[in-house]
Design a protein around this ligand. Sequence first.
Ligand SMILES: [Fe+2]
Ligand SMILES: [Fe+2]
Length: 194
Amino acid sequence: MERAEIIDKLTGMLSPARLKHTLNVEDMALKLAKLYHADETVVSRAALLHDCAKEMPNDELLSVAASHELIYSDTLLRNPHLLHPLVGAVIAQAIFGIDDPKVLMAVASHTLGRPDMSIEEKVIFASDYCELGRSFNMDDIRRELDFNIDSAILMILNRKISRTLSKNREIAPESVLARNWILNELNTRAKGLN
Ligand SMILES: [Fe+2]
Ligand SMILES: [Fe+2]
């Protein structure tokens, strides 16, 4: 499906504010894709589709996820909003005809991250958090993104996890695994330079 057709379809599925966020994510993701040599077509498609299931009611998210056997932890069952990336990947395939696993993975990992993220996944994960329409202060992360996407992703995961802790909410294990992975990648690289 072409970009214009995707946007047209999304207009009927998302609120104007969510659509604006989506286009902001695409804008930032394309800049990062150039900087980090990610596949621009993959990044554009994944950015456009990343939140396509975000406005689905929880019962619908749970039923689509259950029918595709996507509920692999109790954390997801208790926090259905965390299913929107996985259900989004299902919808990207079923409704938008996207078969490229690189796009689907980037949609699926955009909120929690995961170990071994591809450069396209990193770009979408970071752009979703840092797009210019976000109101919270993250100038430090945006600055880091110009130089080192991995350390920016560590900062984002630290911040997401800290925020969840401060609200006394359940932490999704995927985020902890993703954080440990990127932290070790950075440490290994730093040791290699010594
Ligand atoms: Fe999202
Ligand atoms: Fe988003």
